[in-house]
Ligand binder design. Structure first.
Ligand code: GLP
Length: 237
């Protein structure tokens, strides 16, 4: 694992933007895997800035988001569709049909998972997968106990994850109980992985991810098995 230690959230976001822009500018058909949560918010602002102020084009990029809640419409302010549109897609020149986010509203959710995997394969797999880290070590919505071989699937969210994400909702009861997420097997097939982690509260879990035992109890430890992982963090390891 290549670990880049930075001083603060701003520097983490700047360094991560450099890595992402490198892929966007070097590849003729870059495929980016994207994440939600508060960690990448500044990074998405910087990508927006690169497009709007420095004219970096995104018209040749395809994106696949890690996950989406089940049961929220695309217009729901808490959906990851809405988040991505607000923070990035609505601000750059990427065509809508090149933006992929699991659809948590379809009746046949199993078929949606299979179709999502197929789309990733048809795109030639993900060149660069951005990840945040959940407090319980989750990546995407792969909660502790998920098989490292799992592909895109439906998950029951942990009580601790619903509690952590309740800050975005009016009441904790409004946080969906299920989500669709790329599996760890899907994530590990990305050619490069970029994990960004901010803040002392994630210090213990990040240390276990980097140097602890590889175990399905801490999903992100699977990253130790990938040969091209970059971690950018302001945590002292
Ligand atoms: C959420 C998302 C993850 C994200 C994580 C951390 O539940 N599903 O993809 O990385 O939690 O979120 P944050 O960056 O807000 O700490």
């Amino acid at each position: 694992m290549n670990i880049i230690q930075v001083n603060d959230y701003e520097e983490m976001s700047q360094e991560a933007a450099k890595v992402m822009l490198n892929t966007v500018q070097e590849k003729s058909h870059p495929v980016l895997g994207l994440a939600t949560g508060s960690t990448p918010e500044r990074l998405y602002e910087l990508l927006t800035k690169a497009h709007q102020e420095d004219q970096v084009p995104f018209g040749h990029v395809q994106t696949f988001n890690l996950d989406e809640y089940i049961g929220l419409s695309k217009d729901d302010e808490q959906s990851y569709h809405y988040f991505m549109n607000e923070k990035l897609m609505g601000n750059i020149d990427i065509p809508n049909n090149q933006v992929h986010i699991p659809n948590g509203l379809v009746t046949d959710l199993e078929a949606e998972c299979v179709a999502y995997e197929k789309k990733i394969q048809q795109a030639g797999n993900i060149d660069l997968q951005l990840l945040g880290l959940g407090m319980n070590g989750h990546i995407g919505f792969n909660e502790p106990g998920t098989s490292f071989d799992a592909r895109t699937h439906i998950v029951q969210l942990d009580a601790s994850t619903r509690e952590a994400n309740a800050r975005f909702f009016e009441n904790e009861a409004d946080v969906p109980t299920q989500a669709i997420t790329m599996g760890i097997g899907t994530i590990l097939e990305a050619k490069q992985i970029l994990l960004i982690v901010h803040g002392e509260k994630k210090a213990d879990i990040l240390r276990r991810v980097v140097s602890g035992e590889v175990t399905e109890d801490i999903p992100a430890t699977a990253l130790q098995r990938h040969d091209n992982v970059t971690i950018i963090t302001d945590i002292d390891l």
